[in-house]
Design a protein around this ligand. Structure first.
Ligand code: GLV
Ligand code: GLV
Length: 324
């Protein structure tokens, strides 16, 4: 029987499906494994059920020659050196589609919370500061009818565009590596623009680009300086797409109105400058965290692992491989 590592705790009833096919080494206490522990636990294993907290790089691959499948419970896979995996014939899979609508809901919620100062005003109320109504207390920019800017127009970006255009009457502009088909642009009511135009015209800018060397610090001081002082910035992509130090400074200076962040450089650590300013909503990487979606992600990762290692009804044909 082949052996697999389930690197973090997931829904045990779902993970238990692996036991019909494999010897399973799991981590019910849900400790984040160090690289040395990861390598040690992967010895003799043919596959891994991974999450964003395991870094599967060339060093790990070289130390684990029996590894044949890396199955991530996440749509993003910047924790995995995909080229190095493919060079060794290792299958890599992720969990797209099942989280698209849930993640778009959260991105929209974060954007609205930032614009309408929901977290900031709630914290103030809890501190006992609500003594009287006043005309300009916690006023912020409108969401409905404002221009929605989207950087990264994949599945999640398109789902956010639909919410804005159909639900909130927002003109939608976007920038992406490649332009959408005209028919899709038309259905979404989305207009393709270059990055400087996106920065200049968006009232609410939402980042949904995958992280890579090319998207590192896509939003830094120079880009923040081009945005409207009344604009908001929402990041549900990855830490590292935004220069968090530059963003903290821009928020402190009022260079933009507010931000909503679900992902951070070096998370779970958060830049102290972000913790120090009131005009940012901070959440702990939970955009896909509806109960149903997290179960669907775990289930898809399990299906991928079973199929990638030649078992089950889809043997050899994992449902969602990462292309190489
Ligand atoms: C979460 O960030 C994911 O990539 O699924
Ligand atoms: C990213 O992969 C997306 O689905 O937008």
């Amino acid at each position: 029987m082949q052996a697999v590592l389930v690197a973090r705790a997931a829904f045990s009833d779902i993970v238990d499906r692996l036991r019909a096919h494999f010897e399973v080494d799991d981590n019910p206490e849900d400790r984040v494994l160090s690289k040395a522990e990861l390598i040690a636990r992967l010895q003799g294993k043919a596959g891994i059920f991974a999450t964003g907290s395991e870094r599967i790089d060339a060093e790990v691959l070289a130390a684990c020659p029996q590894l044949r499948a890396v199955c991530n419970m996440a749509v993003g896979y910047n924790n995995i050196d995909v080229a190095a995996c493919h060079a060794r014939g290792i299958v890599v899979t992720n969990t797209p589609d099942v989280l698209t609508e849930t993640t778009a809901d959260f991105g929209f919620a974060l954007m609205m919370a930032a614009a309408r100062r929901i977290a900031e005003s709630e914290h103030s109320l809890r501190r006992g500061e609500w003594t009287k109504w006043s005309f300009d207390q916690f006023t912020g920019p409108d969401v409905h009818g404002a221009t929605l800017g989207i950087l990264g127009m994949g599945r999640i970006g398109q789902a956010i565009a639909r919410r804005g255009a159909l639900g909130f009457g927002m003109p939608v502009i976007y920038h992406n590596r490649s332009r959408l088909e005209p028919a899709i642009e038309q259905a979404l009511g989305a207009r393709y623009v270059d990055k400087p135009t996106l920065l200049r015209e968006a009232d609410h800018l939402v980042l949904v680009v995958p992280y890579s060397a090319a998207s590192h610090h896509t939003i830094g001081a120079a880009e923040l300086a081009q945005m409207k002082p009344t604009a908001t910035l929402t990041n549900i992509a990855r830490g590292g797409v935004v220069d968090d130090a530059a963003l903290a400074e821009a928020l402190k200076q009022g260079r933009i109105a507010a931000a909503g962040l679900d992902v951070f450089e070096g998370e779970p650590k958060v830049h102290p400058g972000l913790l120090a300013v009131p005009n940012v909503v901070l959440t702990p990487h939970i955009a896909s965290a509806s109960i149903a979606t997290r179960r669907a992600m775990a289930s898809l990762a399990v299906d991928n692992l079973i199929a990638s290692l030649g078992c089950g009804p889809n043997a050899g044909r994992p449902p969602t491989p990462v292309p190489g």
